[in-house]
Design a binder for this molecule. Structure first.
Ligand SMILES: *[C@@H]1O[C@H](CO)[C@@H](O)[C@H](O)[C@H]1NC(C)=O
Ligand SMILES: *[C@@H]1O[C@H](CO)[C@@H](O)[C@H](O)[C@H]1NC(C)=O
Ligand SMILES: *[C@@H]1O[C@H](CO)[C@@H](O)[C@H](O)[C@H]1NC(C)=O
Ligand SMILES: *[C@@H]1O[C@H](CO)[C@@H](O)[C@H](O)[C@H]1NC(C)=O
Length: 211
């Protein structure tokens, strides 16, 4: 029985994360994220985002569009990437580097987006590695813009928080547009991606967080 329940748990964990490029793409479209963020979203991979803020609870494996409690997002999640139908990362991506960014297009509220986009994370030099807890994207340099936990103001509807993965451009490490003291409000990912040669995201997902 113990073995059976372990197998079931294992299978359940395998299927909770986003499992198809088509459903993620559709979820982005339904949430109007490509339009709002000014991106073309044609995912080639699945970005796996796992929150483990409260170690007494099971990890939260993000499915595009799922609601996550604010408390459960208080620490930076871990990231990984899978290329559906491929056993290895395609050679054009190698094991990295990749850039991950997290954006709130709904600030201060979905009805008033005068602060959008708020940059909740921006980091480069992520490489694919097999760690103790399985495959992960590990960043080899400090984040350009550290994890800022979602904190939608009281009274606001839930905000969307979009996670995007880019293949890192050669220019990224020399960019001077954003550093740790740059205000996080009124960021523009499409403008930033053009300026730093990132092109379009290769993967993404998003969550909803209410005050
Ligand atoms: C969130 O965390 C705070 C501080 O640890 C705690 O007071 C609060 O009850 C938690 N809320 C929920 C919904 O878990
Ligand atoms: C939108 O939010 C900002 C920041 O809180 C506020 O200054 C502004 O008055 C709001 N605009 C509207 C139309 O409510
Ligand atoms: C961040 O960028 C601003 C504007 O370019 C600059 O004035 C500031 O010194 C930079 N801060 C750090 C920590 O590099
Ligand atoms: C971001 O920049 C692009 C290009 O300059 C512009 O078309 C778009 O409206 C901007 N988006 C926001 C949210 O300001």
């Amino acid at each position: 029985m113990v073995i059976v329940s372990k197998i079931i748990t294992f299978l359940a964990l395998q299927f909770v994360a986003d499992s198809s490029l088509r459903t993620v793409k559709q979820a982005f479209k339904n949430a109007k994220l490509p339009h709002t963020l000014g991106i073309e979203f044609k995912p080639k991979a699945l970005l796996d985002v796992v929150f483990l803020a409260d170690t007494s609870k099971p990890p939260i494996d993000v499915i595009a569009g799922m609601a996550v409690l604010k408390n459960d997002t208080s620490t930076q999640p871990s990231f990984s990437v899978t290329f559906p139908g491929k056993r290895v990362i395609p050679p054009e991506y190698g094991s990295g580097p990749f850039v991950v960014t997290v954006l709130d297009p709904d600030a201060p509220s979905p009805q008033n987006t005068s602060w959008a986009q708020v940059r909740h994370f921006l980091a480069g030099n992520f490489y694919f590695e097999f760690g103790a807890s399985g495959p992960q994207l590990v960043n080899k340099t400090p984040a350009v813009s550290d994890w800022k936990a979602p904190s939608p103001p009281e009274g606001s509807d839930a905000h969307k928080y979009a996670f995007l993965l880019y293949k890192q451009s050669p220019e990224f490490n020399d960019q001077t547009l954003v550093n740790s003291s740059t205000p996080i409000k009124n960021f523009n990912i499409s403008q930033f991606a053009v300026a730093t040669g990132l092109g379009q995201p290769i993967a993404g997902t998003f969550i909803l967080v209410a005050p």
